[in-house]
Design a protein around this ligand. Structure first.
Ligand code: PRP
Length: 180
């Protein structure tokens, strides 16, 4: 069972739901009168995106992209490749990038630059989790769910070796599972 691999539940379903609703209220205030395009960076953010967009009482459109970081073990290297691009043009749109976790900042600093070159009206970043102490590249975050310590977290979209994404909560993985 997946539960046996979890050392500690960091955020349970109720806590996640409450925080997602708070973020949604903040986003609604900031985007009042606008129709933002929410961009989910696959795959980790798919559950957060699904919950956040349903909590938002605001017209919005959704799009998805996928990137891969070369040489990524437990941290990314800064070399990022787009493996699935957006379906829509973002020129003139108000973009909200939705991420599950911000770590070194390598992926997001690169991605935000690419998106800025496509001339959106505005671009902001919403991340459910942030590990500020791991930052290598500076990234401006507009909405943060939770700042967390540098622990190996899984669930609610986040994986270890592609497993645990379907856990409904966020937990810290036991070190023996990943050989830490
Ligand atoms: C995670 C996360 C970010 C990135 C953050 O994705 O979704 O895209 O890592 O790390 P960084 O700040 O060090 O660049 P991951 O590569 O694990 O892919 P996944 O979303 O498909 O699990």
């Amino acid at each position: 069972m997946m539960e046996q691999d979890i050392q500690q539940v960091l955020f349970n379903e109720e806590q996640l739901k409450t925080r997602v609703a708070e973020l949604a209220r903040q986003i609604e205030r900031d985007y009042a009168g606008k129709t933002p395009m929410l961009i989910s960076v696959l795959r980790g953010s798919f559950i957060f995106m699904a919950d956040l967009c349903r909590a938002l009482q605001l017209p919005c459109t959704l799009d998805f992209m996928s990137v891969s970081s070369y040489g990524k073990g437990t941290s990314s290297t800064g070399q990022v490749q787009i493996t699935k691009d957006l379906s829509e043009d973002i020129a003139g749109r108000d973009i909200l990038v939705v991420e599950d976790i911000l770590d070194s900042g390598n992926t997001l600093s690169y991605l935000l630059k690419i998106l800025e070159n496509r001339r959106p009206a505005s671009i902001r970043l919403c991340t459910l989790l942030d590990k500020p102490e791991r930052r290598v590249k500076p990234v401006t975050v507009d909405y943060t769910g939770f700042a967390i310590p540098d622990a190996f977290v899984v669930g609610y979209g986040l994986d270890y070796a592609e497993k645990y994404r379907n856990l409904p909560y966020i937990g810290i993985l036991k070190p023996e599972v990943y050989g830490g």
